[in-house]
Design a protein around this ligand. Structure first.
Ligand SMILES: [Zn+2]
Ligand SMILES: [Zn+2]
Length: 295
């Protein structure tokens, strides 16, 4: 019997946020108060300086803020969201699977998230396939990093690699903002019961979010063996072209559709392994949902 696991099968509200952003506490160009203003209309925001936990302080209009840290060896970077402060006891950014897994475990055991950052940053900080497989416990990888170098910032190939190897890891979108102009390029839309740290972390852990670079979904449902993607719809959006690709195990293209559409339906065959969707609105604005696993 085919079981279709839909991570969006829950009631809630959609909230927008980014977990990976820098301040002058590391190599960001702006102090925390300025970063708060850059993201004044976000529902949630994480501050993730290199190798230290920046404390949230001062006024802001963001619903929920997260402490975070970017573990930054000279090889790979790893984003930890909601780590305990005790992470800094015996802290080292040395890259070894043992050390990175230890830090990842401490954060996950605190109810936080562990995300492999910008896995394709080839000029220095990238994740090798074997290292991503050697790491046993993390929540996901950054599939879109907003740094501004498409050839280094996009990592859907590595996501398909991990998913095809049987790893259940989620895709994240984050700005990795350091300066003005890098804000609001890539973010996460989370379907959560309420705007609190706990509710957002729970929803993310269960894969109830998607990555956006400007477009989105109104909902993702499974009915009678069929996945129904309701693309974000409005009288204006409905006049625009959409470019839709459904992708399965080993990066196989399962379905493609183009047109002035606001819904995509796909009947599950049972051997897909997983099904994920990439949608582009004309102009290049994208939305990328989490995999729906088929067992
Ligand atoms: Zn980094
Ligand atoms: Zn960063």
């Amino acid at each position: 019997m085919t079981v279709i696991i839909n991570p969006y099968d829950r009631k809630g509200i959609w909230l927008r946020g980014s977990f990976h952003n820098h301040t002058t506490n590391s190599d960001g160009h702006h102090p925390l108060s300025t970063v708060y203003r850059m993201y004044h209309d976000y529902d949630f925001l994480g501050i993730s300086d290199h190798d230290l936990i920046t404390e949230h302080e001062g006024e802001h209009t963001i619903g929920t803020v997260f402490e975070a840290i970017e573990v930054s060896s000279s090889q790979t970077h790893m984003l930890l969201v909601h780590p305990p402060r005790s992470l800094m006891d015996d802290y080292s950014n040395e890259f070894s699977i043992t050390n990175y897994q230890r830090l990842s475990d401490i954060c996950i055991e605190n109810g936080g998230l562990s995300i492999l950052a910008h896995p394709n940053r080839f000029f220095s900080h990238y994740w090798r396939h074997e290292d991503m497989l050697s790491m046993q416990r993390y929540n996901g990888i950054e599939v879109v990093n907003g740094d501004g170098n498409p050839e280094y910032d996009i990592a859907f190939d590595k996501w398909d690699y991990l998913l095809s190897a049987g790893r259940r890891v989620w895709g994240f979108g984050n700005d990795d903002s350091h300066v003005y102009g890098q804000e609001k390029r890539a973010w996460n839309m989370v379907l959560t019961e309420e705007n609190t740290n706990g509710a957002i972390l729970t929803a993310i852990r269960e894969g109830s979010f998607y990555v956006s670079t400007g477009y989105g979904f109104d909902g993702i449902r499974v009915e009678d063996g069929q996945i129904i993607y309701d693309l974000r719809s409005s009288p204006l959006y409905d006049k625009m072209y959409k470019y839709v690709t459904l992708i399965g195990k080993d990066g196989c293209i399962l379905h493609e559709e183009t047109g002035r559409i606001n819904q995509v339906k796909y009947t599950v065959k049972g051997d897909e392994g997983y099904i994920r969707i990439a949608v582009y609105l004309e102009g290049g604005f994208g939305a990328f949902a989490q995999p729906i696993f088929v067992e």
